[in-house]
Design a protein around this ligand. Sequence first.
Ligand code: M6R
Length: 613
Amino acid sequence: MGYVGPRTDDKALEVIMEGLGRLEYRGYDSAGVAVVAGALVETRKRSGKLSNLRSALQEAPLPQTATAIGHTRWATHGGPTDANAHPHRGGADGKLAIVHNGIIENFHGLRQSLLARGVRFTSETDTEVVAHLLSEAFTATGDLTQAIREVVASLDGAFTVLALHADQPHVLVGARRNSPLVVGLGEGENFLGSDVAAFIGYTRQALELGQDQIVTITPETYEIINFDGTPSQGKAYEVTWDAAEAEKGGYATFMEKEIHDQPHAVADTLRGRTDVDGNLALDELHISEDELKVVTKVVIVACGTAAYAGMVAKYAIERWARIPVEVELAHEFRYRDPVIDAHTLVVSISQSGETMDTLMAVRHAKELGSRTISICNTHGSTIPRESDAVLYTHAGPEIAVASTKAFLAQITASYILGLYLARLRGEQTDTAAVMGELKEIPAKIEKLLGTMDRVREIAYFMADSRAVLFLGRHVGFPVAMEGALKLKELAYIHAEGFAAGELKHGPIALIEPGQPVFIIVPSPDSEHGLHGKVVSNIQEIRARGARTLVIAEEGDTDVEPFADEVIRVPRTLPLLAPLLTVVPLQVFALHLSTAKGLDVDQPRNLAKSVTVE
Ligand code: M6R
């Protein structure tokens, strides 16, 4: 993040540290700040969490000034050391510093050229190359904006770069390509950040930058140009949430708070989706209904938890709209020469809207002529901006690295899309009944959350588990995989989610006495006797010694003889069950991580937005 404040003021460092606190979820293996201090730029950087940087600043305070940049890092090039932490200085005169997100793909060649010119490097990062190039360009031009424009022309890859120079002490410059950057507009002060969380404590007035653009801010002004130098204008918008929503609100962790936000996330995502005639309404739909009517295939692209939301969506969209749906991990889709065309609707799902793998898949789909819809939680982020249409989820800011409320909101939005497509295609789906039941879901989640004491006890009891299995069938299958992912990322326990029907084709060999297995049981109302088939699976693994932890609907007594534990969820339509059955699995992972004394919100090796491929 970057800040430039009133010339008479000296709160830059305070603003940056507060902003970094809100951005730390994006990367937390090292952090640093740089300030303009008289004729020079000074920096402090530390590996580890932001608290290490705070201690470093207490031990060796920086001069207070009006202009500063800061960074929290998720290492790509060079390990998470003090030396590799950002900001990085450029040139030998100590006047310039930059911070950078993304990867400079041609950094090696650029570094060799700089070394040949006698430049000395102090880190292993790709970023330092940019800092030195920028310093050389500033020496030639005397202007930071002009210098950055020259430098970006020589860079390949994805980047957001922010730079300051002591010779222009009240100027900050930012440039972006394939990596997020937003401007915060204050009164006599302006901000730059990877996302609006950076400055939400100060202003809700934001400005979106387009692809390949440079922004120059001073305390009173901002100016945007394209990389080719032509002037441009950002798109102004008001952030719809405030700083309080990005706080823990009395909970011990963001994840716990976000699990409890879920009733609101679902209700807010549903709100306003039907017009006076009862028709479903989508946001920012730039695809005509005629175009959507002739769609012959839907392809959903996403990563991680969002991809599991996509798998749930497949069951619902195929059932209601009778269109074939494929779900694919975005990074696999992009590089396997997919067979799609103008009659394919590619639906991306992303909380952040900045996941590079998903963005690349969307771009590829557009190149092949497909229409693209984004289901996204972050207003103005890159993926919705580059898609033909957007269906925003309204989960509010999700700070914990483990996705929870965004998942429920993504599933909710997918249902809305499925119902919308069904109506367009004239399918006889009882939209009113589904929407009616969806509106009941927030209260049911609320009720379910009030019954989680036993899940917490089970988690503490199982803190020493070495492996946990999850079984599900139909829409319970993606829920099983999501339950396993939550446990892997939060508690560092080996966990696998399987389709229950697949058990006898291999995974049952893993069952040995005492092996804990969660089973997500379909509703007794499910078609095709699915409920009975899963109850049989429970008996099969119990007979081989498994410890069975059964998630079943209220009133489902069939499971009781074979369950070591029964976790009850309220009744709902079988296709909507994931909105409830996943909740105990989230709560379980949260408490098991806590029981092991781990960092729930910032698990090791991860970052919230994965903005590199
Ligand atoms: O921002 P996105 O929804 O595109 O992120 C996708 C995944 O990186 C994300 O869901 C990840 O799997 C979470 N850490 C899971 O909890």
